[in-house]
Design a protein around this ligand. Structure first.
Ligand SMILES: *[C@@H]1O[C@H](CO)[C@@H](O)[C@H](O)[C@H]1NC(C)=O
Ligand SMILES: *[C@@H]1O[C@H](CO)[C@@H](O)[C@H](O)[C@H]1NC(C)=O
Ligand SMILES: *[C@@H]1O[C@H](CO)[C@@H](O)[C@H](O)[C@H]1NC(C)=O
Ligand SMILES: *[C@@H]1O[C@H](CO)[C@@H](O)[C@H](O)[C@H]1NC(C)=O
Ligand SMILES: *[C@@H]1O[C@H](CO)[C@@H](O)[C@H](O)[C@H]1NC(C)=O
Ligand SMILES: *[C@@H]1O[C@H](CO)[C@@H](O)[C@H](O)[C@H]1NC(C)=O
Ligand SMILES: *[C@@H]1O[C@H](CO)[C@@H](O)[C@H](O)[C@H]1NC(C)=O
Ligand SMILES: *[C@@H]1O[C@H](CO)[C@@H](O)[C@H](O)[C@H]1NC(C)=O
Ligand SMILES: *[C@@H]1O[C@H](CO)[C@@H](O)[C@H](O)[C@H]1NC(C)=O
Ligand SMILES: *[C@@H]1O[C@H](CO)[C@@H](O)[C@H](O)[C@H]1NC(C)=O
Ligand SMILES: *[C@@H]1O[C@H](CO)[C@@H](O)[C@H](O)[C@H]1NC(C)=O
Length: 432
């Protein structure tokens, strides 16, 4: 069995070298994207267009300027009278003035609130703000979803996978979890759990606030500070650096099936067990849902000493993914087409000679998920209903048929025997 599965894995891995014939390759710290598909998406897939926008990891892409520059912070209060300022991820090309939000999945409005939903057997909804916060405070009125395996998230996530989280596990409505990651490195000591006043996080509105400065992060519920993390406390003496979230980050709201049967056992356990697709909410409404009321973003100043040549966009200029390498520019953030990239922003525009997005263009799909995931040793994708084998041989699911989801660089960094075994298991599952 072992030999058999290994040979399948090897065959799948071998297939990745002929990706050019079929689908774009995946990316990781040991294998950046090729020039034709230069952008490494949040899910570790190479592509063009939307792959070069929010979530595009400059460190894993073909070059630092493959990803499009990140729109700067906007202090704003968001209310939910309309979804006209939200674009589907298959439509958004980077104009954050036109669309404040980009989403995949199934958001809807109800009673002046935003519902993000997860219909039966889907990977749920990811609703992300298009303006990056580079230190600031976000606060939101939230009612979480409920049910084992159902996770609601209200987070800040950077393109190099610095992350600051509030997460609600649907089997534990008395608590909210707080967590953080630096460059996606999984550290199981970073998470914490805090009791929330009142009956539960599903029935009751509460105010959740993340206050993020250069020196400290506080997580507050209903105006009470529940947790403080100082930058000082994240010093790594070996690496001689602070493992502290420090790069421009997007606010993301999401609902996803962490308890999907195909996920890592550790993830399912963290999520309170396997998800029940025959639950009351699925039967009554047809979906799981989390409810968001007013959301406020207050921007703080960029760090002293930041190189600034404008006020429109943030760019990474160094390969270490640290704050010192981030500059503020007036670089354009808008792509002309889904074939365009940071290397050629105008490709496929109406005034370019060929009215075509080109055969290289890639279109995103709903991969769900929310940053790094406890118990998974990797980056989340929602793990949807349909799993299909791809040229990488490693699929975590999604809402449509052809997909190739790969683990992140961080997964590579912790790649070891047990993860390798899990990978083999996945390959067997999707191959049989
Ligand atoms: C920003 O614009 C400058 C000047 O045009 C260019 O050299 C640089 O590559 C751009 N950076 C990114 C990340 O797009
Ligand atoms: C972005 O959208 C705004 C508002 O719709 C529009 O005025 C502006 O021209 C657009 N910018 C680009 C580069 O398309
Ligand atoms: C819970 O609510 C009570 C009464 O409003 C308040 O005194 C207390 O500080 C709250 N506790 C927390 C942890 O927010
Ligand atoms: C500190 O840095 C070293 C060297 O990069 C690394 O091996 C170690 O895992 C880091 N410690 C933590 C807690 O992440
Ligand atoms: C959800 O879908 C599964 C099959 O995919 C089905 O067995 C189940 O009955 C559905 N749940 C509801 C409530 O319709
Ligand atoms: C940044 O500069 C301002 C004004 O010069 C100063 O008040 C502030 O303390 C500085 N912040 C840090 C973190 O050095
Ligand atoms: C950005 O810079 C331009 C030129 O200096 C200025 O006119 C504009 O007001 C600035 N915008 C913001 C939001 O600060
Ligand atoms: C390309 O051509 C089609 C029709 O041939 C037209 O509908 C579309 O708007 C054009 N796209 C651009 C970007 O010019
Ligand atoms: C595909 O990408 C290559 C390399 O960047 C480029 O030379 C070629 O023009 C692209 N083809 C199309 C049709 O866009
Ligand atoms: C590999 O997995 C084992 C558990 O199977 C764990 O103890 C170990 O720390 C992991 N190694 C790394 C580098 O993450
Ligand atoms: C992930 O890593 C942790 C600690 O390094 C280990 O205990 C766990 O077994 C790993 N999980 C998987 C699914 O490989």
């Amino acid at each position: 069995m072992v030999r058999y599965t290994s040979s399948i894995l090897l065959a799948s891995l071998a297939a990745t070298s002929v990706w050019a014939a079929s689908s774009p390759p995946s990316c990781s710290s040991s294998s950046q994207c090729p020039e034709e598909y230069p952008c490494c998406s949040q899910y570790g897939q190479c592509g063009t267009g939307a792959y070069c926008l929010g979530g595009c990891d400059p460190l894993l892409s073909y070059s630092l300027d493959s990803c499009v520059a990140e729109p700067t912070c906007q202090s704003r209060t968001y209310k939910w009278d309309t979804l006209d300022n939200a674009a589907l991820n298959t439509k958004y090309l980077g104009n954050a003035s036109e669309y404040d939000w980009v989403y995949s999945g199934y958001p809807k409005l109800e009673d002046g609130n935003l519902l993000i939903t997860m219909p039966n057997n889907t990977v749920g909804t990811l609703f992300a703000n298009n303006h990056y916060v580079w230190y600031g405070k976000i606060s939101g009125k939230v009612k979480s979803s409920r049910g084992a395996g159902v996770v609601t998230a209200f987070i800040l996530l950077s393109d190099v996978k610095d992350e600051i989280d509030f997460e609600f596990v649907g089997s534990d409505l008395a608590n909210v979890q707080t967590n953080y990651y630096w460059q996606g490195v999984l550290n199981y000591n970073n998470g914490a759990k805090d009791g929330v006043n009142g009956s539960d996080t599903f029935d009751d509105w509460h105010d959740y606030e993340i206050d993020w400065t250069e020196d400290a992060i506080t997580w507050s519920v209903d105006g009470t500070v529940k947790r403080t993390l100082t930058k000082e406390s994240t010093w790594n003496e070996t690496a001689k650096l602070y493992q502290y979230p420090q790069t421009p980050s997007r606010m993301q709201l999401s609902l996803w099936p962490a308890g999907q049967a195909s996920n890592a056992p550790g993830t399912i356990e963290w999520a309170g067990g396997e998800i029940n697709w025959d639950s009351q909410d699925i039967q009554d409404k047809g979906y799981y849902y989390a409810t968001f009321g007013e959301i406020t973003v207050e921007c703080y100043d960029a760090p002293n000493g930041t190189v600034s040549n404008g006020n429109q966009s943030y760019v990474f200029t160094t390969n270490d993914g640290l704050a010192q390498g981030v500059q503020i520019t007036n670089n354009n953030t808008v792509l002309a087409s889904f074939g365009a990239t940071g290397l050629d922003m105008d490709l496929g525009s109406s005034d370019s000679s060929s009215n075509s997005t080109g055969s290289n263009s890639t279109v995103p799909e709903n991969m769900g998920g929310s940053g790094s995931v406890p118990g998974s040793n990797g980056t989340s994708t929602g793990s949807g209903s349909s799993s299909s084998s791809t040229s990488t041989g490693f699929s975590q699911g999604g809402d449509s048929d052809s997909k190739s989801s790969a683990a992140s660089s961080q997964t590579e960094r912790v790649l070891n025997g047990s993860f390798f075994a899990a990978l083999v298991a996945v390959v067997v599952l999707v191959t049989l």
